[in-house]
Design a protein around this ligand. Structure first.
Ligand code: PMP
Length: 424
């Protein structure tokens, strides 16, 4: 039965049962209209209200400042690997164009193009901080779209950890470009269990000099931690972990940067420069102008996310700060239990960068890891503790401690960890 199961899956993740009950009703008959929420037109007032309410509650819960706006997009986190690149390129080109015109007001189109071509060659670099599988994938996508010359992996955690993820290098060791067009990081690495313990200082100075678009992938940590929006130009996340059902991808982006994207001639200029022109559906300014309803949006998924946010707002007067405390308490219980049995469990990432959302560990009891992990998973399954198998690329055990997992569920897992460790 549903109420007996605790689901630790990494995403799609567990959703609160009362939210699902409301959603099930809304799917058939939304607000007594005789039609379900997935059937109503995305052009209806009813759909616009669902979108606007969800956006307002997201802004409220996360304390998003007026400098930023919320877009709701499709394509998941993976779609944003591309969207962040395309939009950054457009922003960068438009900024450079404006600089050129400012220094020579009567520059001809040909002159502008020539100067831009030189600028691209000399100065266009997208910097990636690779701390796990997802930031690696994002950086590989950049190489695929732009070629290696424009992409700078400023730090690769594998280089300081025997070829594996699990640490984050000191800032002083990073090799950032002089004037990066973008700095990209993944706040929480879902596969590797690595989370940034604090946000890098360099983001602050780069945000202040305003030449760099700073991007954060918050897919697996959103709504569990305060975000310093003053550092971040673009924050994105797929909904399917802490926010709702799979199918929508919110993006929180600086309004002044979105307004740079609306230049009519930018696309042509970008094409002439040999850089990739953003597909319309990934262009932040198009989505912003249309209140996220440029094309058919899954209003059902927006509705579910809205219900999750309403529940969070009702549960936490301190909003995300309140949820952050609970997330810390739940993950501490699991890590403390794992650490209490070092001869049975080995936490994968370094202590300093352990994720509060995805707790990755190996079962080393008895020396045969494969067998020990099989036995561990079987015992977990018997106790209705589900979704604990690690990502297929790394193996091991992963307990995803998302917001919808109640403290009682985490306590149940902690009790099993102890039981498994102490029985022969
Ligand atoms: N970034 C992170 C941190 C993720 O965990 C995931 C998916 N688990 C992605 C990006 C890719 O997201 P999607 O499957 O929505 O494309």
């Amino acid at each position: 039965k549903r109420e007996d199961v605790v689901y630790f899956g990494a995403g799609p993740a567990a959703l609160p049962t009362d939210v699902l009950a409301t959603a099930a009703e809304a799917l058939q008959n939304y607000q007594e209209t005789g039609l379900g929420v997935a059937e109503h037109s995305h052009r209806s007032q009813l759909a616009a209200d669902i979108v606007n309410n969800m956006k307002a509650d997201l802004v409220d819960f996360l304390n998003v400042p007026a400098s930023h706006e919320v877009l709701i997009m499709h394509g998941g986190g993976s779609g944003q690997f591309d969207a962040t690149i395309y939009n950054t390129i457009s922003i960068w080109v438009e900024k450079q164009r404006q600089n050129i015109i400012q220094s020579k007001a009567n520059a001809s189109d040909a002159e502008v193009l020539e100067q831009l071509q030189q600028k691209v060659k000399a100065d266009l670099h997208l910097d990636y901080l690779v701390t796990g599988s997802w930031s690696l994938k994002a950086s590989q996508e950049a190489v695929r779209l732009l070629g290696p010359d424009y992409v700078n992996v400023a730090s690769d955690s594998r280089k300081i950890n025997d070829g594996k993820f699990g640490k984050i290098a000191e800032e002083s060791a990073w090799k950032l470009s002089d004037r990066p067009a973008m700095i990209y990081l993944c706040e929480n690495e879902t596969v590797d269990g690595v989370e940034w313990p604090h946000f890098p200082k360099v983001l602050q100075s780069k945000a202040a000099d305003d030449e760099t678009v700073i991007v954060g992938d918050f897919s697996s940590t959103i709504l569990s931690r305060r975000i310093p929006f003053e550092y971040f130009s673009i924050v994105f996340f797929g909904a399917q972990k802490n926010l709702g059902s799979t199918g929508i991808t919110p993006v929180i982006v600086r309004k002044d940067l979105v307004s740079l994207l609306t230049g009519k001639n930018t696309a042509e200029l970008i094409r002439k420069l040999g850089l990739p022109v953003p597909p319309t559906i990934l262009d932040y300014s198009v989505i912003a102008k249309n209140n996220s309803l440029y094309n058919t949006l899954s209003i059902f998924d927006v509705f579910v996310a809205g219900q999750v946010l309403k529940k969070l707002l009702a549960s936490f007067p301190d909003k995300v700060q309140g949820q952050e405390v609970v997330a810390g308490r739940k993950s501490a219980l699991l890590y403390n239990t794992l650490d209490a049995y070092p001869e049975v469990y080995r936490v994968v990432p370094d202590k300093a960068v352990r994720s509060r959302m995805n707790i990755c560990f190996r079962v080393i009891k008895g020396g045969n890891v494969d067998e020990a992990e099989k036995a561990f998973l079987k015992g977990a399954n018997d106790r209705a503790l589900l979704g604990l198998k690690g990502h297929r690329s790394v193996g091991g055990i992963r307990a995803s401690n998302y917001n919808a997992i109640p403290e009682a569920g985490v306590e149940k897992l902690a009790a099993y960890l102890k039981e498994f460790a102490t029985t022969a």
